[in-house]
Write a protein that binds this ligand. Structure first.
Ligand code: GLU
Length: 463
């Protein structure tokens, strides 16, 4: 590669960071890191009515959580208006842009007439200067827009990193408005000036932008700018084949943080949506960076698979030390209003982590160690029966007197079973329902050992 690799992610701060944008950010980041290049964060906030500071904060928090570190930015388009105006003035001066005084009514009439003739509605170029052409007289009181003078003939072609060669005829493109009557620049124009000024070498973005690309290339050419390479990544689809949206569940990155997913697992999972490295499913960030050379990007859309994400997350969760898991679970419990120290949680995480996919699930389990439990009527009725009540009372008395460890608890349970001619599940299920609030848990002696003895005795006292 001759040019220094510089990629960017350019979210609009009109809401949370969508999983699709996070995936594009990840690809742009990994590609830049692979080539020893730079990755830039640019906030496209020109939609003033819909942009919010809260969304900016969310975007930055999500990038930080995923550890997609950027080398430059955040840049804000609203802080670059003077620069856009400067470029527009230059284009007006060199003839690559022109003022158009058509009123909205005139444009409507133009489109109406084109439709009536069975033509595709497009700007007819009436204010476009041409050699030997006389332009209409400037009407009084009309603030003009500025239009880009798009080439009339030929094709715009580029070799897309994802889709291969794409070619669009200039006849399909009319003269794009680059500045509104009040002088504010339009979206496609700002993107071009930014990609040019920020020396972006590779634009990796969602394929919902593929129609903008020929227009952007034409403007870049008119500016004499070096063209970036483009890669348009297909959208992520929901399980039903529609574009992934709220309807399918959480689509905001930070909702996954809240639910207790791990950033490394998210990065691993997201990277496989539309990219592959052989059959590899589980790999480190370092491997991703060393493999992500811009090849093997899929042309067909990837489908969101919540079960697979859980599987990947469970893998990363098992790989963490109990102490580092405890810190995350402590934060999860705090959100539920439960205070539990990391030291208390460390052995508990060790016992329960194998059955959990997220730290949120771990917190759901471990809450029973720190807050009262509320067994369901149904569990109480089916497990805490008159047949086991005497055994429960006998067990409680034994538990009050033994040394508090797993072996002694196990022995007390076995002795009680023998004395009352019960089978293990009968007694163990009843103890679980009363102490843990649910009938299924890991091995009961191991679970009980981690409670303070008094809590266990108190919860068994109700029988
Ligand atoms: N602001 C655009 C978006 O959020 C991205 C534009 C681009 O990547 O060129 O979809």
């Amino acid at each position: 590669m001759t040019r220094k690799v510089r990629t960017r992610i350019a979210p609009s701060p009109t809401g949370f960071l969508h999983l699709g944008t996070a995936r594009t950010a990840l690809f742009s980041w990994a590609f830049a890191r692979h080539h020893g290049g730079e990755f830039i964060l640019r906030i496209e906030d020109t939609d003033v009515a819909r942009s919010t500071q809260e969304a900016v904060d969310q975007i930055i928090a999500a990038m930080k959580w995923l550890r997609l570190d950027y080398d430059e930015g955040p840049f804000f388009q609203m802080q670059r208006l003077a620069r856009y105006r400067e470029v527009i003035a230059k284009m007006l001066a060199d003839g690559s842009a022109y003022r158009c005084y058509c009123t909205p009514q005139e444009l409507d009439a133009m489109r109406e007439a084109q439709r009536a003739r069975g033509e595709k509605p497009r700007y007819d170029g009436r204010w476009r200067p041409e050699p030997g052409k006389t332009l209409p007289a400037v009407p009084p009181g009309v603030e003009p827009v500025v239009r880009f003078r798009n080439p009339l003939d030929g094709d715009v072609s580029w070799h897309d990193m994802v889709k291969g060669t794409i070619s669009i005829s200039n006849r399909e493109l009319d003269d794009l408005i680059i500045a509104r009557p009040d002088g504010t620049p339009t979206y496609n124009f700002c993107v071009v000036v930014d990609d040019w000024d920020m020396q972006i070498s590779h634009v990796i973005r969602g394929d919902d932008h593929v129609n903008n690309t020929p227009r952007q290339i034409n403007i870049l050419r008119a500016l004499g700018a070096e063209l970036p390479e483009y890669g348009h990544v297909p959208m992520i689809l929901g399980p039903d084949g529609d574009k992934l949206s709220k309807r399918h569940g959480a689509v905001s990155v930070m909702q996954y943080e809240e639910a207790g997913y791990l950033p490394d697992a998210m990065v691993n999972y997201l990277s496989r949506l539309g990219w592959s490295h052989g059959d590899d499913e589980l790999f480190t960030r370092e491997q991703l960076v060393s493999w992500f050379d811009g090849h093997h990007l899929a042309k067909s859309p990837a489908q969101w698979d919540a079960a697979k994400l859980n599987w990947v997350n469970a893998h990363y969760l098992k790989g963490m030390t109990d102490a580092s898991l405890a810190a995350l679970v402590s934060a999860q419990l705090a959100r539920r209003g439960i205070v539990a120290s990391e030291a208390q949680l460390t052995p508990l995480c060790g016992l329960f982590k194998d059955r959990c996919a997220t730290t949120g699930e771990l917190a759901d389990w471990l809450g029973m160690y720190f807050a009262d439990v509320a067994p369901s009527e149904q569990d109480l009725a089916s497990h805490v029966t008159d047949a086991v009540r005497p055994a429960l009372r006998a067990l409680r008395d034994k538990l009050a007197a033994i040394e508090w460890n797993k072996a002694a608890i196990g022995a007390a349970i076995k002795e009680t079973l023998a004395a009352h001619s019960l089978k293990m599940p009968q007694l163990a299920h009843a103890v679980r329902v009363l102490v843990c609030g649910r009938a299924q848990t890991p091995s009961i002696d191991a679970v009980l050992e981690l409670f303070p003895r008094d809590t266990v005795l108190a919860r068994l006292r109700s029988v």
